[in-house]
Design a binder for this molecule. Structure first.
Ligand SMILES: [Zn+2]
Length: 176
């Protein structure tokens, strides 16, 4: 928030402010989550391959467990991609999706070889960026008009209005 170029407000007055949604999207978090999800999927896939190989040579339980873990890891990779897309489409829910991406990325250590490490790292960064993303910003709409002589502030929005004005030129509130 900045009042650059505006004269300081009169004592006891505040410039009207407005929270406006920015058109910016959490693009960085989106791209990182997408790549992370793909690598977590690949990590799960690799684990399935290793499990199948172990099963083929020893018929041991170990192989079957690895395959099951890999399937879970692959699904988690797909979920990270989906949450990354949702983060981009509905950025107002950026905290929820950021946390989910973060948790799934860390959990991929146990189910998808950490997304071949790259998925783990990018997912943590992407999730953290998603959580920290700023959805909107407060801006000063305009300095209040400071009329010569006596002025008064609109009770609804704080805009300074000239004497004998019936309605606030800013918000239309009747000036009593
Ligand atoms: Zn007003």
């Amino acid at each position: 928030m900045s009042a650059q170029g505006f004269p300081p407000p009169p004592a006891g007055q505040f410039y009207p402010t407005m929270t406006v949604p920015t058109n910016e999207k959490p693009t960085g978090a989106f791209v990182l989550s997408l790549i992370a999800g793909i690598f977590i999927l690949l990590g799960g896939w690799a684990l399935i391959g290793v499990g199948n190989y172990l099963s083929s040579i020893s018929f041991g339980l170990q192989g079957g467990e690895l395959v099951a873990l890999g399937v879970v890891g692959a699904v988690m990779g797909i979920l990270v991609v989906i949450f990354g897309v949702l983060l981009y489409v509905t950025p107002q829910n950026h905290v929820v999706y950021g946390v989910l991406i973060l948790i799934l990325s860390i959990a991929s250590l146990f189910t998808a070889l950490g997304g071949l490490i790259l998925g783990l790292i990018l997912g943590i960064i992407g999730g953290a960026l998603g959580i920290a993303w700023k959805p909107s910003q407060t801006v000063i709409v305009a300095p209040p008009v400071a009329p010569q002589g006596m002025g008064r502030a609109c009770l609804k929005c704080g805009w300074m209005v000239a004497p004998n004005t019936q309605f606030c030129p800013h918000c239309g509130n009747p000036i009593t």
